[in-house]
Design a protein around this ligand. Structure first.
Ligand code: ZN
Length: 141
């Protein structure tokens, strides 16, 4: 599945779509930006992906579309709120960075550094402040 970086992410309904922006939804048929990112951002991204909060259980896993052979599988998504919007990336983003030299947009890198750990109240509060009320509301129980 390909979505342009920072395009509206409409997979979870219109209300959520207003605050969600896609990052890292790459495919081999669309060009994407490449370059170095800091080891600090990469390490933080891996930390956030240890136990990513998700509003819904994702359906199915998908292999990396950039690998020619034996691409790793990923199904989870990471929601990174930045105070005004929520950036949504697939868990394979760390693989895309490490193996395919993908460079996410600067505002995503900044949001990752500033993002609280995913199972904290701070994280939930930042999600709500970033327009995630409909997402968090779906998550009861
Ligand atoms: Zn790959």
């Amino acid at each position: 599945m390909h979505i342009d970086d920072l395009a509206a992410f409409s997979g979870w309904g219109a209300e959520a779509g207003r605050s969600l922006r896609a990052v890292g939804w790459l495919s081999s048929t669309h060009p994407f930006s490449t370059g170095r990112i800091s080891a600090e951002v990469y390490a933080k991204l891996k930390l956030l992906l240890v136990d990513p909060w998700q509003p819904f259980v994702s359906c199915g896993v998908h292999p990396c579309e950039l690998c020619q052979f034996d691409g790793p599988l990923g199904g989870a998504n990471l929601f990174v709120p930045d105070g005004t919007k929520i950036l949504v990336c697939p868990e394979l983003i760390t693989h895309s960075i490490a193996a395919h030299h993908y460079r996410p947009p600067d505002e995503f890198l900044t949001a990752v550094i500033n993002c609280p750990e995913t199972r904290t109240m701070e994280y939930k509060r930042l999600l709500l402040a970033s327009g995630g009320r409909s997402l968090v509301g779906e998550c009861r129980g």
